[in-house]
Design a binder for this molecule. Structure first.
Ligand SMILES: [Zn+2]
Length: 358
């Protein structure tokens, strides 16, 4: 059976660009385009007294700003309220550019405060500034040590700071949110449920009164969330962190309406989490089999991705391949060592016994 058929999608289509749609009392959905293969992001507006809390912002650029302007201009007509749009706060799930790009612009425009977790706030600044190890050299060095070869490395070296293009400005103060916080929005309590592995400290928001989870990128209905090892934490185990985090969402009521950042709102949270666990379990199995021979993360990519990848996708794939190998390594299924060429390779546990140590 098609895994998508196990889930229920109450809406067949997203609201048209520049419009919003009520999906629960006082909760509206809007969508912004993205110039990537993943071509859209969902944003949410939560009624908050005389104004609205904005959840996630869209990538910076004329297109997104223009669509926000359409939303604001049509506000009373669009949602049958008499007041002009006013933002009470700008809440951001995590630091990725499609979520945070226009945060500064929105905060300035409405005199609103940015609400975010500390790790996401500081990471956004660090990536923008290219500090704290967020440098192309650091990234390229990690990829090289994990077997990436060929012109992809040169192509990457000339890409520059693309984050800064998508997030041209970023606020210099914020309101910190923490795991378990209950944020009162429009008289309703929204509980912060932090998740890990996709971004440093990703906030999802759950409202038991509405039975709604704003899942951000932690639980998506169709695609699996990108889980990558990053060069500031080259020995990290983000995939295990992600799988552990999923348990926290699986504990929510089974009929919860999930509002994801990409794809359509759905019901079937537990079923979707089982699908994601199964997806990674299959990847683990295939990778373990492939590691009958010593394999670098680069060598492992065809096992995980059975399609041609462009340069941009290749970097995501490298991070993902490393995340899977690290997880198996920390579980004790794989051994690893650096070869004479400095490249880290993985082998089924015990497999390196008769090899000379590099
Ligand atoms: Zn993300």
């Amino acid at each position: 059976m098609d895994p998508q058929q196990i889930l229920q999608f109450p809406y067949a289509a997203a609201p048209a660009p520049g419009t919003s749609l009520e999906v629960a009392p006082g909760l509206r959905w809007l969508r912004m385009p993205l110039p990537f293969a993943l071509d859209h992001i969902n944003l949410w507006l939560l009624e908050d007294g005389d104004g609205w809390s904005i959840v996630d912002c869209g990538i910076a650029g004329d297109t997104s700003r223009g669509l926000w302007e359409q939303i604001f201009a049509a506000w009373p007509g669009d949602c049958a309220r008499s007041r002009a749009f006013q933002a009470t706060r700008v809440l951001v799930t995590h630091c990725h550019p499609d979520h945070v790009g226009l945060a500064h612009w929105l905060c300035e425009r409405f005199g609103a405060t940015l609400w975010m977790s500390q790790a996401e706030y500081l990471t956004a600044h660090a990536i923008r500034e290219g500090v704290a190890g967020y440098t192309p050299d650091n990234l390229l060095g990690m990829y090289r040590r994990n077997g990436l070869i060929g012109d992809a490395l040169e192509k990457m070296a000339v890409r520059g700071n693309r984050y800064r293009v998508a997030v041209p400005e970023f606020p210099h103060s914020y309101r910190r949110i923490m795991d378990g916080d209950e944020i009162a929005i429009g008289g309703r309590a929204w509980r912060v449920i932090m998740g890990y592995g996709h971004a440093p400290e990703h906030a999802a928001l759950y409202c038991s009164e509405l039975g709604v989870l704003i899942s951000g990128d932690m639980v998506l209905p169709k695609i699996s969330t990108n889980i990558s090892v990053w060069s500031i934490d080259p020995d990290g185990n983000p995939l295990q962190q992600f799988l552990d985090s999923l348990q926290r969402y699986a504990a929510l009521p089974p009929d919860t309406l999930v509002l994801p950042s990409h794809g359509l709102p759905f019901r079937g949270l537990r079923e979707r989490i089982e699908q994601l666990q199964e997806h990674h379990r299959q990847h683990f199995e295939e990778l373990y089999e492939a590691c009958a021979q010593p394999l670098s993360a680069f060598d492992a990519i065809p096992t995980l991705f059975r399609r041609e990848l462009d340069t941009h996708q290749l970097f995501f794939a490298m991070g993902e391949a490393m995340a899977h190998l690290h997880c198996l390594y920390y579980r004790g299924a794989l051994a690893r060592r650096a070869g004479a060429d400095g490249v880290i390779r993985y082998l089924q546990h015990g497999g390196f016994h008769n090899e000379p140590v590099a």
